[in-house]
Design a protein around this ligand. Structure first.
Ligand SMILES: Nc1ncnc2c1ncn2[C@@H]1O[C@H](COP(=O)(O)OP(=O)(O)O)[C@@H](O)[C@H]1O
Ligand SMILES: [Mg+2]
Length: 479
């Protein structure tokens, strides 16, 4: 390959058909003495072969002509054909090394050398040796410390491999020692404890699966005023004046060790208060009770102590299976969980958490987004958001995101949304994203040295079943 043309950060290289065996997203280094330019391939086109181009191509192919002439004269024809069939490789400048940034320097078209660099070699030069290595792709090892404490986004269309990566990341982070919490909307992480062959997987010992309302319930009396207030305000929209009345009754019953749903309801009905406040409070209490997540009795077997799920000496993978919850239950449960985790983190009762949230716009309130990037990570909750609707994540979050993993996206307006909000040039996104095969990702951010890097996500062989359950699928598996 030879350099041909440059305009702005876009570079065109000429390649003969046999050395243009490149994939979108591949990296090339152009070297001239100790100066280097790092390029990323974003397109390959056929070359028009007029004067100048032909000249360069002749120079490039002269070596091969000599050899082939001697060995097999007929091969000449293939050289000529190859020149006509040559390609223009379009690439973007990613880094320039060994050059004073104020000097205008272009490598020589004839004297510079172009070679390909493997992603694994490239990563070694752009990120420090991982303190806690996590293997996510063939030869792609990232540092767990660049995900814990960060905001990470995983976007892409349906069936493109987002959840698969989230499963790899969540298991590997737990194995590395992180406290991982998964909000599993489709009940698809529950099988991470088993391999496809049915044997226990490498995370089965670290894993707990909890279904709210089934094997996870919370005694009403165990909830602090703060947590109850968060659930009432943010999940159920109880106005502040009504909340004050409710908390007054709650505190009174708590003092008398009689905080149960029936007692609370009786108090709401009998204590003098504004009728509309009474209605508002009674309504929310009924809804809260009907979720089945909160109980009166101290049924010990269902009461799960969150602190015990996160032992200080090893990692944990806690999956909340929300697949059987309706939308209100989901909101109530998530609000409870986040509020309770904040409380535990604030009191230093648990170590920081990495929260994996699929399709978070379905159950997280609007203001949570600002919380994610401002307060949450300081409190100790780092978030991995996974969605097939890139525009459901506000611009604010994209601009603050530390890592973004992008899978195949064909929808033009989704790509533009990413292009507007990420520090990656739109051309790169437009050319790479629609062409990514399933399971392949374009990663960018702290974890990959702020270079856009493409790779295929590894398949660790755990039972990472997809989301869609069908009867035909079951019959086919049985036959
Ligand atoms: N890197 C990969 N290696 C092997 N199988 C994969 C890979 N990525 C995805 N798959 C499989 O492809 C299907 C769709 O992937 P999934 O992650 O569920 O898609 P999404 O969450 O984007 O809708 C699943 O059955 C999954 O197991
Ligand atoms: Mg998915």
């Amino acid at each position: 390959m030879r350099l041909f043309r440059k305009s702005g950060d876009k570079v065109e290289l000429l390649a003969l058909s046999w050395d243009s065996d490149l994939s979108l997203g591949d990296y090339l280094v152009v070297e001239e003495s100790d100066r280097k330019i790092l390029l990323q391939v974003i397109d390959v086109e056929y070359a028009d072969v007029p004067g100048l181009m032909e000249d360069i191509l002749r120079d490039l192919s002269s070596g091969s002509v000599e050899v082939t002439e001697r060995l097999d004269p007929i091969e000449i024809e293939s050289v000529v054909r190859s020149i006509r069939d040559s390609r223009v490789v379009v690439a973007k400048v990613r880094r320039v090394n060994g050059v004073d940034p104020n000097r205008l320097w272009l490598p020589s078209r004839y004297a510079s050398r172009v070679r390909r660099v493997e992603v694994s070699d490239l990563l070694r030069t752009v990120i420090p040796p991982p303190k806690v290595p996590v293997r996510v792709g063939e030869g792609v090892v990232i540092d767990a410390t660049s995900v814990e404490g960060s905001v990470t986004l995983i976007v892409g269309r349906k069936e493109s491999g987002k959840s698969h990566l989230a499963k790899v990341l969540s298991s590997e982070l737990a194995r590395a020692g992180c406290n991982v919490v998964v909000l599993d909307v489709n009940g698809e992480y529950v099988s991470l404890g088993r391999r496809r062959d049915g044997e226990p997987s490498h995370v089965s010992d670290l894993m707990t699966v909890l279904a709210p309302g089934v094997n996870f319930q919370v005694p009403l009396a165990s909830m602090s005023d703060e947590v109850l207030a968060d659930v009432m305000t943010y999940a159920l929209g109880l106005p502040q004046t009504s909340l004050r009345e409710l908390l007054r009754l709650v505190r009174d019953l708590r003092r008398r060790r009689a905080l149960t749903f029936p007692n609370l309801m009786r108090a709401v009905q009998s204590v003098p208060m504004n009728e509309s406040v009474r209605d508002a409070v009674a309504n929310r209490l009924l809804t809260l009770e009907s979720t089945g997540i909160f109980t009166d009795s101290d049924q010990e077997e269902l009461e799960v102590d969150l602190t015990s799920l996160f032992p200080p000496d090893r990692g944990a993978l806690v999956v909340f299976d929300m697949s059987r919850l309706g939308s209100i239950q989901r909101r109530v449960f998530v609000e409870f969980l986040l509020s309770r985790m904040k409380e535990l983190l604030f009191n230093d009762e648990i170590d920081p958490i990495v929260l994996f949230a699929e399709e978070a716009h379905l159950y997280l309130r609007e203001t949570y987004w600002e919380d994610v990037i401002t307060r949450m990570r300081h409190i100790g909750i780092s978030t991995v958001l996974i969605t097939n609707q890139p525009d459901s994540i506000p611009a604010l979050i994209y601009r603050q995101a530390d890592n973004v993993f992008m899978f195949n996206i064909r929808n033009g307006s989704d790509i533009e949304h990413l292009a507007r909000n990420l520090e990656i040039d739109p051309e790169t996104l437009r050319s790479i994203l629609p062409n990514l095969p399933p399971g392949n990702v374009l990663a960018w951010g702290k974890a990959v040295g702020r270079l856009p890097i493409t790779f295929r996500v590894i398949d660790p062989g755990t039972m990472t079943l997809g989301t869609t359950r069908t009867k035909l699928g079951r019959l086919l598996r049985q036959s």
